[in-house]
Design a protein around this ligand. Structure first.
Ligand SMILES: [Zn+2]
Ligand SMILES: [Zn+2]
Ligand SMILES: [Zn+2]
Length: 274
């Protein structure tokens, strides 16, 4: 079986529509469920059908079911998780592995040392560890995780680190490489080079343009702008997909702006053979 990466969600941490927001984009998505988006998440389905999910989002329950359908497996489950960082869109779903829901047994959770400390030192996450529902497996930048025929290489990304650092992942199959960077304040040269070299790049497209939020807010929550990334990565070798879209993003409007050739907006259901 070929290794596949499936896209299970494409919105920023707060999902789409956003809680408590009555902006035109959110209202439109409330009226039309087809426009709704789950929080950014991808899954790797390996050569024997094992599943690894990158990030446990607030939409975890639905995304596991979506994954079961996409991967053709009969039971809804997973063999491993990677957590990229401790912002709410990326780890809250972990709670579903606890005894109130799945009562998981020793699911390996791969994360950096700072993410591990965060989980060990805060409830309810520490309960999951104490009850052996999850088992923390250290995975630092520069290390490599072999998973069912795929090689997964994590790397640090510059991102607001109130509680933990943040990683992105490069996933290598026998023939192609995919890079996933949901959150980065900026794309420094080394990260830009990875994006340009990948066969498929799923990159931070939180904000479309600089004027999307009031100036003060956009300085506090930094992300590269789609309008700038399309220029910067015009010579990327593979296809570039924007993911982790904020509800304010023009790409979520009823009439979204067109993107240049080679650039797309990631969709739930996208699948890439590696
Ligand atoms: Zn995020
Ligand atoms: Zn909104
Ligand atoms: Zn974040």
């Amino acid at each position: 079986m070929t290794i596949h990466v499936h896209v299970l969600g494409t919105a920023q941490d707060g999902g789409f529509p956003h809680a408590g927001c009555a902006c035109a984009h959110c209202e439109h998505a409330r009226e039309n469920p087809l426009l709704r988006r789950k929080v950014s998440c991808i899954a790797v389905v390996g050569e024997t059908g094992k599943c690894l999910v990158v990030d446990a989002t607030p939409d975890f329950a639905t995304q596991l079911a979506d994954l079961a359908k996409a991967s053709g497996r009969e039971t809804v489950g997973l063999e491993a998780l990677i957590l990229t960082h401790a912002h709410i869109g990326h780890y809250l779903g972990l709670a579903m592995l606890g005894k109130e829901a799945m009562s998981a047994q020793g699911v390996p959770v791969h994360c950096t040392a700072s993410m591990r400390r965060f989980l060990e030192q805060n409830r309810p996450w520490s309960h999951l560890i104490d009850r052996d529902e999850i088992r923390i497996e250290p995975l630092g930048p520069g290390e490599m995780l072999s998973f069912d025929g795929a090689e997964i290489h994590p790397f640090l990304t510059p991102h607001r680190g109130e509680d933990t650092d943040t990683i992105g992942v490069e996933i290598r199959g026998p023939s192609r490489t995919l890079i996933y960077v949901s959150d980065a304040d900026v794309f420094p040269p080394a990260l830009a080079a990875r994006i340009e070299d990948a066969d498929v790049a799923l990159i931070d497209g939180t904000f479309y343009a600089r004027d999307e939020l009031p100036h003060r807010e956009i300085l506090e929550v930094r992300h590269p702008f789609v309008t700038e990334s399309v220029e910067r990565f015009a010579n990327a070798r593979g296809d570039v997909y924007f993911i982790h879209l904020n509800h304010t993003n023009a790409l979520l409007s009823p009439e979204p702006p067109a993107l240049p050739d080679g650039f797309r907006v990631a969709r739930e259901g996208d699948a890439f053979a590696l």
